[in-house]
Design a protein around this ligand. Structure first.
Ligand SMILES: [Zn+2]
Ligand SMILES: [Zn+2]
Length: 152
């Protein structure tokens, strides 16, 4: 099996066009970086693409992320054990949750308990219509667990 190089549009270009955003090298680079490294901060995105995107600066990364978030193709997630906002692709539009290590901050996706929003029903809704539950399981990853037990 071989993959023809010109038939299917690349996911980054495709997502930008569907969102009516102009396809630019910077937007494509940021989007591709989030495919490979979800839950990245703006700094982390910048650190990974600065070598490959000529002339990119941290403020442009913030601008690109802002554009992608406004267009609903990237989601901004704030997690209790991250001191800055993290970004992940908004597609597929699944109601997933996160498990985060309280020591090193590594983040992984976990499937929503029931498979659709709002996933959890609060004991009280205070008259509000619940859209979704954003759950963060605070945890300790196996690497950190190992490090802390070997220090004893
Ligand atoms: Zn950890
Ligand atoms: Zn996620």
């Amino acid at each position: 099996m071989h993959t023809p190089s010109h038939s299917a549009p690349a996911p980054a270009e495709d997502a930008l066009r569907r969102a009516d955003l102009r396809v630019t090298a910077q937007r494509v680079a940021v989007y591709r970086m989030l495919i490979e490294h979800p839950h990245s901060s703006a700094d982390a995105v910048f650190g990974r693409i600065r070598e490959t995107v000529p002339g990119i600066a941290l403020p442009s990364v913030h601008n690109v992320l802002g554009d992608l978030v406004s267009a609903d193709i990237v989601r901004r997630v704030s997690l209790p054990d991250s001191d800055r906002a993290l970004y992940e692709l908004a597609e597929p539009a699944n109601n997933h949750h996160h498990v985060q290590c309280v020591m090193c901050g590594v983040v992984k996706d976990v499937d929503c308990a029931v498979g659709h929003a709002p996933c959890l029903t609060p004991a009280q809704d205070h008259g509000m219509r619940v859209l979704e539950a954003a759950v963060t399981f605070r945890a300790i990853c196996s690497d950190c667990e190992r490090k802390s037990s070997s220090n004893d």
